[in-house]
Ligand binder design. Structure first.
Ligand code: LMR
Length: 329
C-alpha cells in the first residue's frame, strides 16, 4: 500500500472513531445517557430500546446506556448531544426551558387529571408538534415516555398549601415549577437530580416533589418524614437526539432505530402505571415515611393556590397549547 493511501486510511479511521463509528465494521456506536436508576420507566425504556435496536439492526449498531447521571446531568446532556458526545438523552419535560418555552405547558400545576389525559395530549396534534419545538436549536424529539404524576414530600406534614410556607423545596430547573412553589410562599431551589438525596438528608432543603418511582428508586422516602399524595403535576420525558446526526444516518439505520424507539415508547408508557403502583406500595411498606392522602377540600385549596401560575406562563407557552392539553381531561 502506498504510504499516502495508508495515511488517508489512518486519518479516516481516526475521524470515524471520533464520530462514534467503528470503521472496521462500520458499526454505529450510540450512547444514551440519563439520570435515573435502571428500575424506573425511563431506565427500562432505554434498556428495551437497546435490545430492540440491536435485534433489528444486528451488528450495524451498538447501543450503550449510561444511567444514574454516570455521563451527564440533565443540564449538560443537551449540549453534549449537539456536540456528538452522546446521541440520545431523555430529560424530564421540565428541563427544556432554555431551549423552548412551549414545553413549559407540561409543568403547569393540575393541568392533567390523570395519565390517560397526558397520553391523549402527547399523541394529539399539539403534543406531536411539540416534538419539533426545538428543531431551530438542532434537537429533534423522537418520543415521549411517561414517568407519572408528582407527589410532595417534606419533613413536616403538608396537608394544605399554608403548611408549605417558608419551606425550601428542591425543584427541577423549571421556571414554572419555581413559580408554583412561590405561589404557596415556599422557597424553590433548582438543583440537579443527583444532588437531591444528600440535600434532603443534610437539611439543605426541607422537601421536594417527584414521582413515586423516583422517590422509591432514589430512596428519598428514607430522608423525608411525610409524603402528600397530591398528584399535582406531571413528570414525563422527551427522548431527544441531534437533528443533524439523525438526518445524516444511513436510512436503513434510521428506520431501524425509529422502529425500536416507537416500540420502546409503547413499552415504557405501558410499564409506568404498574411500576408506579408497585413502587408506591414499596414506599408505604417500608414504614419509613407517613403517606398523607388529600381530602377533596384540601385538593381544591392546593389547586386554587397554584392555578395563578397558568396565567403567568400562558403568553410564553401559547393559549392554544394549554387549551388542547386541558381538553384532554
Ligand atoms: C428530576 O430531576 O427530579 C427528574 O427530572 C429526574 C428524572 O429524570 O426523572
Amino acid at each position: 500500500m502506498r504510504p499516502i493511501t495508508k495515511h488517508i486510511l489512518a486519518a479516516g479511521v481516526a475521524a470515524a472513531a471520533l464520530m462514534g463509528v467503528n470503521a472496521a465494521s462500520a458499526q454505529e456506536v450510540i450512547k444514551f445517557a440519563h439520570v435515573v436508576a435502571p428500575n424506573t420507566p425511563k431506565g427500562q425504556g432505554a434498556e428495551f430500546f437497546k435490545k430492540r435496536a440491536e435485534e433489528i439492526l444486528g451488528d450495524k449498531v451498538k447501543i450503550e446506556i449510561y444511567p444514574n447521571s454516570q455521563l451527564f446531568d440533565d443540564d449538560k446532556v443537551l449540549p453534549a448531544i449537539l456536540r456528538g458526545d452522546v446521541q440520545f438523552g431523555a430529560p424530564s419535560l421540565a428541563k427544556f426551558g432554555k431551549w423552548t418555552k412551549k414545553l413549559q405547558v407540561y409543568d403547569l400545576p393540575f393541568l392533567f387529571k390523570d395519565m390517560d389525559a397526558v397520553s391523549c395530549f402527547q399523541n394529539g396534534e399539539k403534543g406531536q408538534e411539540l416534538l419539533n419545538s426545538m428543531s431551530g436549536k438542532g434537537l429533534t424529539g423522537v418520543g415521549y415516555w411517561h414517568n407519572g404524576l408528582k407527589q410532595l414530600s417534606a419533613n413536616k406534614p403538608l396537608r394544605a398549601p399554608e403548611d408549605a410556607a417558608g419551606l425550601k423545596f428542591r425543584i427541577q430547573s423549571s421556571d414554572v415549577i419555581a413559580a408554583q412553589f412561590e405561589a404557596i410562599d415556599a422557597v424553590p431551589q433548582k438543583m440537579a437530580f443527583s444532588e437531591t438525596y444528600s440535600a434532603l438528608q443534610t437539611g439543605v432543603v426541607d422537601g421536594q416533589e417527584n414521582t413515586w418511582s423516583n422517590i422509591y428508586s432514589k430512596k428519598f422516602f428514607e430522608v423525608q418524614d411525610y409524603i402528600t399524595e397530591s398528584n399535582h403535576g406531571l413528570l414525563d420525558y422527551m427522548v431527544v437526539t441531534s437533528t443533524k446526526w439523525w438526518d445524516g444516518l444511513d436510512p436503513e439505520i434510521r428506520a431501524g432505530l425509529t422502529q425500536a424507539m416507537n416500540e420502546a415508547s409503547d413499552y415504557a408508557n405501558g410499564l409506568s402505571a404498574n411500576l408506579t403502583a408497585e413502587q408506591r406500595q414499596a414506599v408505604i411498606d417500608s414504614g419509613e415515611t407517613e403517606i398523607l392522602s388529600v381530602s377533596a377540600d384540601d385538593f381544591a385549596k392546593w389547586q386554587t393556590a397554584m392555578k395563578p401560575v397558568w396565567d403567568e406562563f400562558s403568553g410564553d407557552i401559547g393559549q392554544d397549547i394549554i387549551d388542547a392539553a386541558a381538553a384532554c381531561n
